[in-house]
Design a binder for this molecule. Structure first.
Ligand code: BV8
Length: 247
């Protein structure tokens, strides 16, 4: 089933036609840029499950193991290039008359490098560093280690500015109103296994949005989507954007 103007008009006369589009992206949108996803690779880092590395407990126990994990990903992210899917979303934001907001679970900066501006990194970003002592934030150096000192307070409590499992995601003050006002919610390249992001489609649908999943495989929350397209993001996303911009 393809999303059509008739479907949009069925959204109800009081809802502007596709005025507000909210897009949730996951690791799958960056897969074709060469950045590994969490659950397709063997999901291991130095023989540890990623879920066990991306935690405050792991950082407490072995900060340099966690820093190594992010140093490698920061290097990979810097060498990666935005792909056709990132570029298409930037084209959508520039060409769509209504609002387009990207909520990304990813910590790479490929959306920004493709030209998207309205991007919320709900799980933080590799480009950021945070002082656990004073809360100061600054641009992360390419390589971080447990001996780094905070430029503001001098403490050796610096960490990547990333939201780990068990920590509260960023951006709720932007995300919650965006979901409430969404006419269209599109999830791209996410397995729907991590909360609260995995609940966004259901929430948006309850608020009246039409929901679409673009994914290489159906996600754990496929039941929350009115429409599902299966395929690689670099094919599905440009096609979908072209459809929205020319409908
Ligand atoms: C929180 C940053 C409280 C780190 C990440 C039991 C039940 C329910 C929930 C919980 C539970 N126990 C604990 C929880 C909460 C927990 C959680 O959800 N755990 C899961 C594992 C059950 N969540 C948290 O702890 C969150 N915090 O809940 O706080 C709270 C909340 C709100 C308000 C107050 C209090 C914090 C979670 C954040 C963790 N940090 N990332 C880092 O990046 O290193 S999560 C990490 O995995 C990613 O950021 C991403 O978000 C997440 C999921 O990954 P995906 O992006 O979906 O990637 P994945 O590999 O899984 O899937 C790839 C997809 O791409 C697949 O579908 C594949 O088919 C597709 N694909 C592949 N190639 C392509 C493609 N698609 C298109 N084209 C392709 N070419």
């Amino acid at each position: 089933m393809r999303y059509s103007k008739a479907d949009a008009e069925n959204l109800g006369a009081d809802r502007c036609l596709l005025q507000n589009i909210v897009i949730l992206t996951g690791a799958g949108i960056s897969a074709e840029s060469g950045l590994g996803t969490f659950r397709e690779s063997d999901g291991l880092w130095e023989h540890h499950r990623v879920e066990d590395v991306a935690t405050p407990e792991a950082f407490e126990a072995d900060p340099d193991l966690v820093h190594r994990f992010y140093n490698v990903r920061r290097d990979q992210s810097a060498k990666a290039r935005p792909n056709a899917a990132h570029i298409a979303l930037a084209r959508l934001e520039a060409g769509h008359p209504g609002r387009v907001r990207i909520i990304t679970q990813n910590v790479d900066d490929l959306h920004e490098r493709a030209g998207s501006r309205a991007v919320t990194h709900m799980h933080g970003a590799l480009s950021g560093a945070l002082c656990h002592g004073c809360g100061h934030r600054w641009p992360a150096p390419a390589v971080m280690s447990s001996t780094d000192t905070c430029p503001a307070c001098g403490a050796t409590q610096t960490r990547p500015d990333i939201v780990w499992f068990g920590e509260i995601p960023y951006g709720a003050e932007v995300i919650d109103p965006a979901l409430a006002a969404a006419d269209l919610f599109v999830a791209i390249g996410t397995s729907g296994q991590v909360y609260p992001a995995a609940a966004y489609a259901q929430h948006a649908a309850r608020m009246g949005a039409h929901t679409i999943e673009l994914n290489l495989a159906t996600s754990a929350n496929a039941r929350d989507f009115a429409e599902i397209h299966i395929g690689p993001a670099t094919e599905l996303v440009p096609e979908w954007v072209e459809h929205v911009l020319t409908e």
